[in-house]
Design a protein around this ligand. Structure first.
Ligand SMILES: CC(C)(COP(=O)(O)OP(=O)(O)OC[C@H]1O[C@@H](n2cnc3c(N)ncnc32)[C@H](O)[C@@H]1OP(=O)(O)O)[C@@H](O)C(=O)NCCC(=O)NCCS
Length: 161
């Protein structure tokens, strides 16, 4: 039987594991689009500082998953996204980043993180949750679709020269 997955709010002790997962996330995206997902030399320390601030932020969401004795095998960063004041739905729960350790994917860790994030958003009084994902991401696109997310907007890029 596989060890149970437990999702909890991250603490500063999880920052190393979160940055490790973030590197795996960035590497997966750089494989899809090497120029637009290339990162600066300081990216890991900047991201670490950003996550550190989110740990204390009002309506900041940093979740980690443990699986048995293995801590920080996945993480989810979220928060509140604000839409233009013309819309009646002004705030949505946002999933900014989600990643699971490559050797533990396909075992329910990602789903457990999303379930807890959606519960938190509901507790904040939000009615919608949003995520941005690359349609060419063979792991992410079916994952989100299977969880009821439908694409409202596509983001497109073209080099100028
Ligand atoms: C997308 C991601 C977070 C999903 O996490 P996960 O822990 O693998 O997710 P789950 O195990 O809960 O669900 C994965 C789905 O793939 C299926 N699956 C089966 N074998 C699998 C495997 N070897 N690897 C991945 N998924 C597998 C699962 O059965 C499940 O199917 P379902 O969607 O029909 O339920 C993970 O693949 C990942 O970290 N990808 C790289 C980073 C990334 O792309 N992040 C998303 C950015 S928006």
């Amino acid at each position: 039987m596989s060890p149970p997955v437990r999702v909890r709010t991250a603490t500063a002790a999880d920052l190393d594991a979160i940055v490790d997962r973030w590197r795996e996330l960035i590497d997966a995206h750089a494989a899809l689009e090497p120029v637009l997902y290339a990162v600066e030399a300081h990216a890991a320390s900047s991201y670490r500082a950003f996550v550190r601030r989110q740990l204390d932020a009002h309506r900041g969401l940093v979740l980690v998953a443990d699986r048995g004795d293995a801590r920080g095998v996945g993480y989810l960063m979220g928060g509140v996204g604000r839409r233009a004041p013309v819309y009646t739905v002004r705030e949505v729960g946002m999933v900014f980043d989600l990643a699971v350790r490559p050797d533990l994917r396909g075992q329910g860790v990602g789903s457990a993180l999303v379930d807890v994030a959606v519960e938190r958003f509901a507790g904040w009084g939000l009615d919608w949750v949003q995520v941005n994902f690359a349609p060419g991401n063979a792991l992410a696109a079916p994952f989100w679709q299977a969880r009821g997310f439908t694409t409202l907007l596509s983001e497109a890029y073209r080099p100028i020269r």
